[in-house]
Design a protein around this ligand. Sequence first.
Ligand SMILES: Cc1cc2nc3c(=O)[nH]c(=O)nc-3n(C[C@H](O)[C@H](O)[C@H](O)COP(=O)(O)O)c2cc1C
Length: 209
Amino acid sequence: MKDVREEYHAEGLTEASLHDDPLEQARRWVDEAIEAGLPLPNAMTLATVSEDGQPSSRVVLLKGVEGNGFTFFTHYDSRKGSEIAVNPKVSFTMFWQPFDRQMIVIGEAHKVDPEESDSYFASRPHASQISAAISPQSQPVSREWLEEEVERLEKEFPLAPVPRPEQWGGYRIIPTEIQFWHGRPSRLHDRYRYRKQANGDWTIERLAP
Ligand SMILES: Cc1cc2nc3c(=O)[nH]c(=O)nc-3n(C[C@H](O)[C@H](O)[C@H](O)COP(=O)(O)O)c2cc1C
């Protein structure tokens, strides 16, 4: 791994090329990754912290950049959900390798309204609804048990939509800090950090690479 060296050739990032609103800028970067057909353009590595200060991370999928935050869906009683329940402070990173772009978001995760979770759950494919409904996410299980549970639910709801389990739903991450990183040659990368002020305005500054 020490011998793996990537040279970055991307054009620079300037304050003038960035949107004043970092959420709008984030939406642009995600949209550009989607439009370019990059694999998993909405994959984000989400870090949470336990009550005793132990961080943990995992990949989830970003499902929306709404006016005030970033939305993803999961099981509320998973490890991440239990950690968010005691400490809503989270961070996530997205990396779009062909664009030499990284985005880092720091903020707080809050559950979305149940109606919003209902509506997204209802839009998922039937098989995904079943898998979500039977999974006690993050608990030890056997493959056999999982398959039996899927079979049981498939009989109960052969075609009908599966009701959203109460413990499954969305979170919206309300950012306090968003950083945009762009790889440049010779490790002289461009980094811009937005930070939210008490009055709601965002400040922007360049950071050393
Ligand atoms: C590409 C990819 C996308 C994923 N998307 C989600 C997702 O949107 N929601 C989710 O709960 N888990 C998703 N997972 C699974 C999580 O990484 C993780 O295994 C799961 O959420 C349990 O995490 P936890 O035990 O740390 O809470 C995804 C995994 C990968 C590799």
